[in-house]
Design a protein around this ligand. Structure first.
Ligand SMILES: [Zn+2]
Length: 113
């Protein structure tokens, strides 16, 4: 692969893409080792639940497979759905630190399971 100069998604510093393989510079990969992707799932006949998973990718070892997943499943109602949409908006497609990962895990466990 040809070296490609990019700007880091977190700190905007320019770095060589091929040396990190992800859209963060090496320093930010240390600080933000995880990347999250929310995926909602739908099942025939299930209309009153929101369910799905948050796929967790490693920035240290970027690859096409998730290293972990967090399941969510909750009974739909206006308040909770709104809360979930806000939660998702904040964390979906974000590079996160270990501490933030713990916050996300706890939030899902406490509120969306
Ligand atoms: Zn950076």
């Amino acid at each position: 692969m040809k070296d490609q100069i990019q700007n880091c998604k977190k700190c905007q510093k320019s770095y060589t893409f091929s040396s990190t393989g992800c859209d963060l510079c090496a320093d930010c990969i240390e600080k933000y080792p995880y990347f999250l992707s929310f995926i909602e799932e739908f099942f025939m006949g299930v209309t009153d639940r929101i369910l799905g998973r948050v796929e967790v990718y490693s920035n240290k070892e970027p690859g096409e497979y998730a290293i972990d997943e967090l399941r969510f499943l909750f009974k739909e109602n206006k308040l909770r759905s709104k809360e979930f949409q806000e939660f998702r908006k904040k964390w979906d497609f974000q590079h996160i630190s270990k501490e933030e990962f713990e916050i996300v895990k706890k939030k899902i466990k406490d509120n969306f399971l």
